[in-house]
Design a protein around this ligand. Structure first.
Ligand code: ZN
Length: 445
């Protein structure tokens, strides 16, 4: 049994509309938060006195829940920051499929994945939901890398077999082969965790245009049979949303549901083109949306309707969509989720009169965006993380507001709301001192 206590300034969002800052003592045993007491209380004194290992962090260091990245394409890591000049459907064939195909070579995975996972940890990403590639071996390398570096992860072998939606040189040979590979990959990824409870498999049909009906049907049955979570892309662009109506005569969300893939904690990446009926359907199923604001600015032709999704009761977290999201780490996405919602609310074409330019009530604030990046992402996946409360796992990030070069300025006697907003908006990886996953220190500056 490993136990420790930590006194620190806790910063978190217990609700989408509420941020809190308080000085507390955490007690952590075997990765679980067993108690949280106000630092000045008698209970906190007892915890400190009885602790086998106690650490007190300075008041200028904030400890937040670890960040949950709901959408990462692991093999696209090395094209991050580049190649965003084409529409989605051309981008895939010109840049992305060739890069992903190179992971047929296990050595490529062994070179790229440790760099990716350690970089994400250094950016405070304690949980990541990964699309790997079609390759079973490289997918296991990713799962083992997460286990060895200590990141909580859902790792999915990408299933894709459609002869028109995928290139002949990068796809499952047919639906039966794809299904068999996904089934084996579930077992392999599960085994790679070694019973640690950190790394789990996730069924990953790339998106409807890349998959035949037979493969989609089989994956839906496999999910029902094994209870494995599912991820796919949902109505990402004008082209993607229109494709579903052309092929299935129904929306992308309805088609995903028809194949048995819209289940509890299914993660739909992007989904800016969901209609209100789709949002209701997603909420009813208990599925979630990975909102990827930066990626959407390049590929989605629209801004995700975050306020409508919240009103419909849909689970929403944030995603980087590496390599379409430009930067690693979820903190930047918090900023951009707020920014794009403001653009959507006000509209962007000044030649239109102001009341016809935007979508009334579409703006979200920093508190809600931070909540999406932490508790919202946890809720999307059904994981006991995202808040630093008793009964949850200690996945946390220590942010040093006085780190060399930091632009965070916490003034004396400044209201908590200001301190929170500065932290959420201005923190960079250079300010992140320590990252814990499951109570274990996995990054230290
Ligand atoms: Zn994606």
């Amino acid at each position: 049994m490993t136990s420790f206590t930590l006194e620190a300034t806790r910063v978190q969002t217990p609700a989408p509309t509420r941020a809190s800052i308080d000085r507390v003592v955490f007690a952590v045993t075997d990765g679980e938060i067993t108690a949280v007491e106000p630092a000045q209380s008698a209970a906190a004194t007892t915890l400190r006195e009885q602790s086998p290992a106690h650490v007190t962090l300075p008041a200028t260091t904030a400890v937040t829940p670890g960040f949950v990245d709901l959408h990462v394409h692991a093999p696209q890591w090395e094209q991050n920051g580049t190649a965003l000049d084409l529409p989605l459907e051309e981008w895939l064939f010109s840049y992305t499929f060739p890069l992903e195909a190179s992971f047929a070579d296990r050595l490529v995975a062994e070179r790229v994945y440790p760099d990716l996972v350690s970089t994400l940890l250094a950016h405070g990403t304690t949980t990541a939901v990964y699309f790997a590639s079609v390759h079973e071996e490289a997918t296991v390398v990713l799962a083992e890398t997460c286990r060895d570096l200590g990141q909580r992860a859902l790792v999915g072998r990408v299933a894709m077999d459609h002869p028109e939606g995928t290139p002949e040189w990068y796809r499952d040979t047919d639906a039966a082969a794809g299904l068999a590979a996904s089934r084996r990959s579930l077992l392999d990824v599960t085994a790679s965790d070694n019973g640690r409870g950190l790394v789990r498999p996730i069924l990953t049909p790339r998106f409807l245009p890349a998959c035949t009906d037979e493969l989609l049907t089989g994956l839906g049955q496999l999910a029902a049979e094994t209870g494995t979570l599912i991820q796919t892309h949902g109505s990402e662009s004008d082209w993607h949303a229109g494709y579903a109506f052309d092929r299935f005569g129904q929306s992308d969300t309805e088609a995903i549901a028809r194949f048995g893939l819209l289940r509890d904690h299914t993660v739909l990446a992007h989904a800016p083109h969901v209609r209100s009926a789709d949002l209701d359907r997603i909420a009813e199923a208990g599925s979630a949306i990975a909102h990827c604001p930066i990626s959407n600015a390049y590929f989605a032709n629209a801004v995700f309707p975050a306020t409508e999704a919240a009103a419909a009761g849909v689970r929403v977290g944030l995603g980087t969509d590496i390599g379409a999201g430009i930067r690693p780490g979820v903190l930047q996405q918090i900023n951009e989720a707020v920014t794009v919602s403001r653009l959507r609310a006000d509209g962007v074409d000044a030649t239109l009169v102001s009341d016809q330019r935007g979508v009334a009530g579409a703006a979200i604030d920093t508190v809600r965006a931070f909540w999406m990046a932490t508790a919202g992402g946890a809720e999307a996946l059904g994981l006991p993380v995202g808040l630093l409360e008793p009964g949850r796992r200690f996945d946390a990030v220590a942010i040093n507001t006085t780190a060399p070069g930091s632009v965070i300025r916490w003034r004396d006697n400044e209201p908590d709301a200001n301190r929170f907003e500065k932290l959420a908006r201005l923190t960079t990886a250079a300010d992140i001192d320590t990252v814990w996953v499951d109570g274990r220190r996995v990054h230290q500056r």
